[in-house]
Design a protein around this ligand. Sequence first.
Ligand SMILES: [Zn+2]
Length: 312
Amino acid sequence: MRIAAGLIFAGAVSLCASGVAWSQTPAPKSAAAPQAAPAPAPAAAPAPAKPVCANPNALGIARTVEIDTTGGPGFGFEHFKQLDFLRDHEVVLTFDDGPWPLNTPSVLKTLAEECTTGVFFPIGKHSTYYPEILKQVAAAGHTIGSHTWSHATLTNKKLTEDQRKEEIEKGFSAVKWALGASPSPFFRFPALQHPPEMVTYLGTRNIAMFSCDLDSFDFKARDAKQVIDVTMKKLDKLGKGIILMHDFHKHTAEALPELLHRFKAGGYKVVKMIAKTPVQTIAQYDDEILKDAKLPTVSSRPVSSVVQTISE
Ligand SMILES: [Zn+2]
């Protein structure tokens, strides 16, 4: 396969071996869990109108590239070295593991202030907990892919091939459910662990894979300063690249305003990546999300029908 041949494993030591510290306890599914299916999804999210940028010194967006995901191309030199499309001093901002309260909205606020954009790789489960936050990501015009259903490491030998496919497919179906529209066919493997047979599978599904060129290591940072220092040091060395961050993490959200200022000051320019066509989800997994979403069963009767004042 063309795809498998293009995959270059970086070995045990990886600059981008990130996401492994994903250990925050997910929110309980009760109150925030989806109760009903949204209206039937259109084929793709409508393209939001280009907002006017109120900040004359904003980082902005230098150019937009459209990706034809046929055959499942791979991006990010840490694992995929075929597609070298970024010019000197160009960066792509990517954010994993959301949507999450406070931190994702904070990242969105900073990106909006700088009139710039990123590619988000949400976790399927998180998307079902906080669909309204994911909708805000889409409404702001950012690109959204997927990062599996439950952030399982897909090289885990305990998982069967079907379970690994389910992680991938249910992730996309969950994001589609949350958005009410199909996301981009952009996928990032948790912890950047790429089992070869799943790389081949994603190729057959015409889903692009995103490793990274440089990792902010924000998930291990002590504070925002460390996120900034590590990222700038690596970026100044490489001169360009797809940058891996996590909108899930507080320190990333705190670091982002200063980090984007430093990008601007360093002459770096942001490239927006969009997909030529949305992902085609599989009905079986869309149905599984709907089934999950119906639990627990809660009465939808209006409060006035349930609670009556009988004396005051
Ligand atoms: Zn992750």
